[in-house]
Ligand binder design. Structure first.
Ligand code: ATP
Length: 341
């Protein structure tokens, strides 16, 4: 029995790191059958008319699980983000980014173990911008009570399910009284109604950033709106070794896309030096999701084996350049495969 999973390699370093992750899963005998699909510049280059082909969305709807590499988003012009479009089209409203210290990756702090939960469909990230008149633009920050309640419930449910103790909401409700004000009121409401066993706190985001870099070990689950989640995810990645080591999941009611927090990193694309760990960790999250969905303990065991293998590889000094090592993408993948046991 194999589970069909849509594979979207993406742009830039996407295909390189996705191939490495697939090789690791194959070597671990993960029962996955990949369904290839395209998105991003890669889709246009393959002759598709759209950055996000309808066939890709249809495949993810059909198979319900996807592993995805990053898609390039141009800065300050050009087309809008394919990553954002995918999340919105499939209503993948909850992003989960676990951030943990890794033995063998030396950073300022040890024992960081937190999870960023990001609302994935609204906020300034909705990308609603207008040039009212020449030289004057507005960006609309969208917040709906329904989406605020939904992501709050998601975060608390996640906390309970994963045996986490505390949810910290980051906000700027002192300035954005209506939008962020509603976000924290909804979080409070959900907490008080259903999750009083979880410790709950609210922090203004600027002070929260200071606390994060002073002592990230005091945090557990972080809950925030879309743009804050984007920024804080990268900040947290920096606490544990960088963008090469933080995985992510975009979850909705009907399907899920697993992807690294990092982007397409055009500066190192094609050189074979990108760290494949973040997408491999995302694939491990994906295996655990499939294991839970189907009650398949063997798949969960495969996920644990892969995690053990990359943890051991790091402990034994196998590192790509972003972590101060010298291994190529391929060599790191081989080092993980050699330790699958
Ligand atoms: P986006 O806006 O598309 O999310 P970003 O601003 O997060 O992109 P990235 O494309 O992730 O930016 O890259 C930032 C830098 O981090 C890159 O220039 C690259 O040097 C480094 N980087 C990102 N991912 C990796 C990786 N997997 N391995 C090694 N270095 C990486």
């Amino acid at each position: 029995m194999k589970y069909k999973v849509v594979l979207v390699p993406g742009d830039g370093i996407g295909p390189e790191v996705a191939a490495a992750a697939c090789d690791i899963l194959k070597a671990a005998n993960a029962p996955i059958e990949w369904v290839q699909a395209l998105a991003g510049v890669a889709a246009l280059e393959a002759g598709e008319k759209e950055l996000l082909p309808a066939s890709t969305i249809a495949a993810i709807r059909e198979h319900r699980v996807a592993l995805k590499g990053p898609c390039t988003t141009p800065v300050g012009g050009g087309f809008s983000s394919v990553n954002v479009a995918m999340r919105k089209t499939l209503d993948l409203y909850g992003a989960v980014r676990p951030v943990r210290s890794l033995a063998g990756v030396k950073t300022r702090f040890e024992n960081v173990d937190l999870v960023v939960v990001r609302e994935n469909t609204e906020g300034l990230y909705a990308g609603i911008e207008n040039e009212i008149t020449q030289g004057v633009v507005t960006s609309v920050k969208v917040a709906t009570r329904q989406a605020c309640l939904r992501i709050a419930d998601f975060a608390f449910r996640y906390a309970v399910h994963r045996n986490r103790k505390k949810v910290s909401v980051f906000h700027k409700a002192n300035i954005m009284k209506l939008s962020d004000g509603m976000f924290i009121r909804c979080a409070r409401e959900v907490h008080d109604a259903k999750y009083q066993q979880i410790v709950y706190e609210e922090l203004i985001i600027d002070a929260a950033c200071m606390r994060l870099v002073q002592d990230p070990t005091r945090f557990d689950v972080l809950l925030m709106e879309n743009l804050y989640g984007d920024v804080i995810s990268d900040l947290c990645a920096g606490l544990v070794g960088g963008l090469g080591v933080v995985p992510g999941a975009n979850l909705g009611e009907n399907c899920a896309i697993f992807e690294a927090v990092h982007g397409s990193a055009p500066d190192i694309a094609g050189k074979g030096i990108a760290n494949p760990l973040a997408i491999t960790m995302s694939a491990v999250m994906m295996l655990n999701y499939i294991a839970e969905m189907h009650g398949d303990a063997a798949v969960a065991a495969t996920a644990t084996r892969i995690r053990g293998a990359y943890d051991r590889a790091l402990q034994e000094g196998c590192r790509t350049r972003d972590l101060g090592g010298e291994l190529s993408t391929r060599q790191f993948a081989d080092a993980v495969i050699a330790r699958l046991g």
